[in-house]
Design a protein around this ligand. Sequence first.
Ligand SMILES: *Cc1c(COP(=O)(O)O)cnc(C)c1O
Length: 320
Amino acid sequence: MRTPTVTDALLARRLVRDVLPPTPLWSYAALDRGAAAALFVKHENTQPTGAFKVRGGLALLASMTAEERARGIVGYSTGNHAQSLAYAAARHGAPCTIVMPERANPAKVRAVTALGAELIQHGATFDEARPYAAQLAAERGARPVSAADEPEIVAGVATAYLELFEQAPDLDTVIVPVGGGSGAAAASLVAAAVAPDCRVVAVQSAASPAAYESWRAGRLVERPNRTRVEGLATGTGFALPQALMRTGLADFLLVDDDAIALAQRSLLRDAHTLAEGAGAAALAALYTHPDAFAGQRVAVVCTGGNAQEEEIARALHLKV
Ligand SMILES: *Cc1c(COP(=O)(O)O)cnc(C)c1O
């Protein structure tokens, strides 16, 4: 597999910015910044699909030939990668099939169907949807799309970090939530080229630590996948993002699911921002590990806002 470069990210930016305006970067006086000197929120939750992943989908579809697009794509996802592929496929007139776990978030199921993709629900988790999607793609002659082992997707996602470092050139740290790792890999790639003094810190749920353990071990490992935070719910490390994270990350932290829910509540209350759990995980890392960020200028990436009602209710009512 090819390793994407910052040149790929710059090329992807031309494609992505024709469709998506830059997302805002805001500071909020009322939002607890922990021990950090300054805190910025990068609002990927404002994307039309509600998550940063749409950048990767657009870059991927644009990189395919007309003939490849006509044969279609098959992806698997807990929801946001699915919406990204469905959105990009619809723009390019390509058939799109998505395999989601049986008990997927109904808001994400509705969104994927509304975008015109064929939806198949299979398996209890993301990890069970994955081989089924590969089998379907082979049967149909369609392009299987991995959740993270896709250079074009990483290059597309990297456009968020080109924007971020233009909006805030003097950051000490950017905190990025990890599921498969495309976001943290993209951040590593861009920071190394344009903001070498900015540390990239990844965060994952302690209930699904496969990417964290893979990074610590220096090889791909499988781990239990028990987080309720979709978007962070993967049971294996992915090769391409791990290779980029290996040299690119300054640190990798874990947070628990309740800390994520409390960070969601802070964003709702003090930043009038609806984040899904994964979108609040970076802020949860800042609150859980204050010493790691003391006195720094920190950006947290609010990666997505596709929260379901039950999840919002839990965040609002959780006892501290
Ligand atoms: C997918 C996703 C993540 C994790 O991104 P990876 O690139 O898979 O590591 C984080 N937040 C949200 C909202 C997501 O949809």
